[in-house]
Design a protein around this ligand. Sequence first.
Ligand code: SF4
Length: 374
Amino acid sequence: MSALSALGGLVRDVLQTAFRLAPWPTATGLRVVGSPGPDSPVLLTANYDFTVRHVIRALRGCDVWLVVAPAKGINVWCAAGAGHLTTHQVVTALKTSGVADRVNHRDVILPQLAATGVEGLQVFRRARWRVRFGPVRAADIPDYLATGGVKSDAMRRVEFGLRDRLEMAAVWAAPVSLLVGGLTWVFRPVWALPLALLATILAVAVFLVYDQLPGPRQLLLGAGGALASVAVVAVAGGGLPALAAALLAPFALVALLTFDYAGSTPTEGSGGFDGQDWKIRLDPERCEGVYSCFEVCPEAVYEKHEGSRRVELAHDERCVRCGACVVQCPKDALFFEDGQGGRIEPATIRQFKLNLAGKRTVAVPPPPEEQKSA
Ligand code: SF4
């Protein structure tokens, strides 16, 4: 790789991290990585430029076919959850990319986080390709391929470590700082830089500690920011208008920065749909030990019971309601329940997905007793 293209890649990385909230589409179709042959593995990912470049970079030294499917230029998990990377997109990409003419098998490896939107069984029924869900992170793909598709527990888990937290802080800090700084510049140029800086500091604080705060988290973080910024303005000798701005701005900024916190992090459950506390539930009578739930769950909720060919919901408190296990279970053994008779069936999850704001886009039917009395 030349120094110029490395620099170009770095610039794109920075821009696409800072402005990840915008789509960054890249060309769909078939990419050749290394020197693949008819027996080489086929991978598929979304047409998000950042992801495609990172997957290709991670695959250096491997010989694979990479199918890039249309997903509106957004990342795999968001595209799958929002209904932009679906069974239809995957079937279309497999049929139109020409990959079927290049290989002598019909096995395709998808990123695990596509499992909320792409139903493996339906891909097989409609395109005759068998779907396997590979690791969460691109960096683990070479090891996954080298072991013939063995996925370790670590390859399945979605973590939210310091690096991920700082990355998400940058994703929100860049647009919010620019917006706040730009708007303030029009009315009070002297406040533009301090407010943009405050937005950046609060973005870091939100993604480092927000999920660990108790009680009214927005209020707590806003109050902390207000105390600190009022102190700084007071020490700097700011007047009453500046003190008022320092007092109020942190609350508004925290509200803006946490607007889609659930959609931006894996630490929150997806929506308390209609105010109800939906929990993942398993019908043991239907479970036949296919283990698709175990393979796609990013929170290690399931444990395998090889002897009885069953799974157990061993850690349901970890569930973030991504819906991947429900979508993939070929026996419809999984569903969501609210403990008061409310139930979301697999067909509903498959049809409507979960939207980016973490709210369901479908009205949940009332419990059976209410239906009878209506
Ligand atoms: S158990 Fe919860 S977190 Fe795990 S795949 Fe199912 S819905 Fe997602």
